[in-house]
Design a protein around this ligand. Structure first.
Ligand SMILES: CC(C)(COP(=O)(O)OP(=O)(O)OC[C@H]1O[C@@H](n2cnc3c(N)ncnc32)[C@H](O)[C@@H]1O)[C@@H](O)C(=O)NCCC(=O)NCCS
Ligand SMILES: Nc1ncnc2c1ncn2[C@@H]1O[C@H](COP(=O)(O)OP(=O)(O)OP(=O)(O)O)[C@@H](O)[C@H]1O
Length: 204
């Protein structure tokens, strides 16, 4: 921990509702370009795309609206309960997500040389994307705070939130796999100060 590899790509990760988007916004305000894996994950399942077709084949019509849109909440509920289905869905989505993000990175690298590009990748370790990155920044909160923020933000009961967490590696286990940790347990200002300190390291 604490070692920044100056070459290579930069990723932000964390667990669900630990504050990755909040921290990514702070980096964006400082001038970073953010590539959001969840956003890309939505783009690759747009109606008619190769991933959409594969998902349709895997899941059947019950998981799609009349206009073809994927029923995301239904799929999320399903993959929480069914590990095999989750692995199949991830195997369809993850290579396309990585490929699209790589293309976007190439584009920004070319058009904005010198401006840090940061990948926001929630499932960095679970999806085994981490070997592609030189600097991994973990947005951390203890599991209890994670559960409370998830319940509040998504209107989930405690059992629902706890079950959602079982889809991901425990947040504490991600600490030793990361180079830098931003502790988002306290105030937004406290987090901003840490983001500024990391930014100074990335820019120097
Ligand atoms: C059910 C799907 C469509 C997610 O729908 P939903 O709108 O509920 O979630 P959303 O995409 O907004 O993701 C919110 C968060 O949920 C968690 N999550 C979502 N999908 C998964 C998954 N397959 N495994 C573990 N956690 C997940 C992540 O922490 C993510 O940041 C799910 O199939 C999916 O695979 N989403 C893409 C997740 C992903 O692969 N992201 C990019 C790579 S990190
Ligand atoms: N320091 C903080 N203090 C209090 N609430 C916070 C703090 N940081 C983030 N939050 C709140 O916690 C929730 C989760 O934050 P955010 O959406 O940024 O997490 P995320 O990791 O991007 O989530 P996801 O994995 O679902 O994409 C949000 O409702 C956000 O407003």
């Amino acid at each position: 921990m604490g070692l920044i590899v100056k070459t290579g790509k930069i990723a932000i990760t964390g667990g669900i509702a630990t504050g990755k988007s909040t921290v990514a916004r702070m980096f964006a305000e400082l001038g970073a370009i953010i590539l959001d894996a969840d956003q890309v994950a939505r783009e690759v399942v747009e109606v008619g795309t190769p991933c959409w077709k594969s998902l349709h084949h895997l899941l059947g019509p019950a998981f799609f609206e009349k206009d073809g849109q994927l029923k995301r909440r239904k799929l999320r509920d399903c993959i929480i309960d069914d590990r095999e289905c989750r692995n199949k869905v991830n195997a369809i989505l993850h290579p396309s997500i990585l490929e699209k993000m790589e293309q976007e990175w190439q584009y920004h690298h070319r058009t904005h040389p010198g401006r840090p590009v940061i990948f926001d990748i929630p499932l960095l370790f679970e999806g085994k994307f981490h070997p592609h990155f030189g600097t991994i920044i973990l947005v951390y909160v203890p599991q209890e705070i994670q559960i409370r923020r998830l319940m509040e933000r998504d209107g989930l009961s405690r059992p629902e939130a706890e079950k959602t967490l079982t889809m991901q590696l425990p947040i504490d286990s991600k600490k030793s796999l990361s180079h830098l940790i931003i502790d988002n347990s306290y105030s937004i200002d406290h987090t901003k100060q840490q983001v500024q300190a990391v930014w100074n390291q990335l820019k120097n």
